[in-house]
Design a protein around this ligand. Structure first.
Ligand SMILES: [Zn+2]
Ligand SMILES: [Zn+2]
Length: 112
């Protein structure tokens, strides 16, 4: 018998999973609930979820905004120009050069 209404842990996909009322993204199994938590971003109030060791940190968007603010102005203009021209790879390369951030952070910056 398959019960499609049985909640699956959104994090690891196992079932059955316990519902966590304080977790905004969906059902979470007990094992994942031990490792994950959710909190309000101190900057924008967004609900942020992640590992317990990150609790209280800024959401991905605010972290990206803060990183973006450190990019020198000429580089920001060049990145905007590259993105507008559809040269995403070059834009990401430039962002990483000027900020020293990882690829994931660079991608987040291009989405602002
Ligand atoms: Zn799980
Ligand atoms: Zn935020």
């Amino acid at each position: 018998m398959t019960d499609s209404h049985e909640p699956q842990c959104f994090h690891c996909g196992t079932t059955p999973a316990a519902h966590r009322a304080d977790y905004v993204l969906g059902a979470l199994c007990g094992e994942c609930a031990e490792q994950l938590t959710s909190w309000i971003c101190p900057d924008c109030g967004d609900i942020t979820s992640g590992s317990r060791s990150d609790a209280g940190a800024h959401c991905a968007r605010c972290v990206a905004q803060r990183a973006w603010a450190t990019v020198p102005d000429p580089a920001r203009e060049e990145v905007a120009r590259l993105l507008a021209a559809g040269k995403t790879i070059l834009a990401l390369k430039l962002i990483r050069e000027v900020t020293g951030c990882g690829l994931a952070e660079a991608v987040a910056l291009t989405r602002l």
